[in-house]
Design a protein around this ligand. Structure first.
Ligand SMILES: *Cc1c(COP(=O)(O)O)cnc(C)c1O
Length: 461
């Protein structure tokens, strides 16, 4: 690995990013209701809101786009994509979608039923939204180490607690559980990977009860890389061998290609089940477009076919995970509390340990997001009381989540370590003066609670 963690690319095109003054940012925050989703991107210096669709494409991807076949049906670009997807997933049936949540919606139609349950490690927000809309209950069964921001090192904090899963099947009844959804990597608790051993055990248990297994695989390659680095027996296995083995334990895999497939738009619904594929085709025709383009232009299919392969490249993955871990080290050196180890696509700062004097009802992690933007023009995102908070359906009382974090997502191939140094310095300064920050009050939320972080408005306390 010596010399292997620096960028395996050089920069050919650059994009100017503007800076603003603290006074300007204070005004922008006020106008945005202290919700950074409502900021104009041009007012952001370093954008770590998400790793989704924010990747820099390669010269090979841009040149493939010129070869896009824009035929309505049966375009050459689809067959190229199909071959690339089969190579990485090892599954035969490929339905593209315009982005991941369209595939999530197919999962809702095909696998979810009102009043029934879907089990998982930690369901991604858009899947939880789909469950809410379909009247299904989404149950999180991540291991105890993954459910807290201050737990000690564990190599696979995204694992499902198999004993709790067995217990849930016994208590609810297998016929009440319509699917198990394994999210790789687990975004909600730090981009934490799931081990092959766990995927296999979960799949065996589900299959023994006739429950289908879905892999929510936006970060399939990063998860495979962690398996290779951390799980005995995988050190010499090619990444695509590992991705194919992961998929061998599932019936259907969905992917937001905006993550590990290194494209700005795109999604996939991939399955081994022909009946499920036919249902997905119908849903695509209804909601996305014809089967062979699924809501994407031919050029997008080309970029995705190439990006999926580049995302599995070992020198890229070594650099990628090393960059995220570099930011984690810089933050730890300044006393900033983070989830350890760092995961695949960002660093998660523990909002409760950062601001112990701010109660969860006053949104400590969102307060930190606001402080970081105000301090340095850096945009991160809350994954805590707002994003994961719920209300008791009977009493209406707030239920606060165990995890209370600010995610600093790192876009792929976009920022240098000097940008990350700015983030670390800014958070170090905020931490040194942390007692000066008070919390926030929620003044507005949208109609779907599981998605309220996108639309919420706040006031400073
Ligand atoms: C991003 C993501 C989605 C939703 O995909 P979009 O492309 O944003 O619509 C679903 N699941 C996971 C795990 C994701 O990371």
């Amino acid at each position: 690995m010596k010399y292997m963690t620096a960028e395996p690319f050089r920069i050919k095109v650059v994009e100017h990013i503007g800076r603003s003054t603290r006074a300007e940012r204070t005004g922008y925050l006020e106008q945005a209701g202290y919700n950074v989703f409502k900021l104009r991107a041009e007012h952001v210096y370093i954008d770590c809101l998400t790793d989704s669709g924010a990747s820099a494409m390669s010269a090979n991807q841009w040149s493939a786009m010129m070869l896009g076949d824009e035929s309505y049906a049966g375009c050459r670009s689809f067959y190229r994509l199909e071959e690339s997807v089969r190579d990485v997933f090892g599954l035969p049936y490929v339905q593209p979608t315009h982005q991941g949540r369209a595939a999530d919606n197919f999962i809702g139609h095909i696998y979810m039923r009102p009043g029934k349950y879907v089990l998982g490690n930690m369901h991604f927000d858009s899947l939880r939204g789909v469950a809410e809309v379909h009247g299904a209950h989404a149950v999180d069964l991540v291991i105890a180490e993954g459910a807290r921001g201050d737990s000690p090192y564990h190599p696979f904090k995204g694992n499902i607690d198999v004993d709790r899963m067995r217990q849930s099947i016994a208590e609810l009844g297998a016929d009440q559980i319509s699917a198990v959804i394994i999210t790789v990597t687990c975004n909600n608790n730090g981009g934490q990977p799931v081990s092959m051993h766990n995927i296999r055990a979960v799949s065996e248990l589900a299959r023994a009860h006739g429950i289908p297994v879905v892999l929510d695989s936006a970060r399939l390659a990063e998860n495979a890389w962690f398996i290779r680095c951390r799980e005995p027996g995988y050190a010499d296995r090619p990444v695509k061998d590992i991705t194919r083995e992961m998929c061998s334990y599932c019936d259907t895999a969905i992917m937001s290609a905006k993550k590990d497939a290194l494209v700005n738009i795109g999604g996939l619904f991939v399955t081994r089940d022909e009946t499920v594929f036919r249902q997905a085709n119908q849903l695509a025709i209804m909601h996305e477009g014809f089967i062979t383009y699924g809501g994407l232009a031919g050029r997008d299919l080309e970029a995705l076919a190439v990006g999926l392969q580049e995302g599995c490249d070992e020198s890229y993955l070594a650099y990628r995970t090393a960059q995220v871990s570099y930011l984690g080290e810089q933050l730890k050196a300044r006393g900033v509390p983070i989830i350890e180890p760092t995961g695949g696509h960002g660093v998660y700062v523990d909002g409760r340990r950062f601001f112990p004097h701010i109660a969860q009802a006053q949104f400590p992690s969102q307060r930190l997001v606001v402080a970081l933007y105000q301090e340095a023009g850096v945009r991160a995102v809350e994954l805590g009381a707002c994003a994961f908070g719920r209300r008791d359906p009977d009493t209406g009382a707030d239920i606060w989540p165990a995890l209370e974090c600010m995610r600093i997502a790192i876009a792929r191939r976009v920022y240098t370590n000097s940008h990350l140094d700015v983030i670390a310095a800014a958070l170090g300064d905020i931490h040194a003066d942390r007692d000066a920050c008070r919390g926030l009050r929620l003044v507005y939320e949208g109609p779907i609670t599981a998605m309220r972080h996108f639309t919420a408005g706040f006031a400073l306390l």
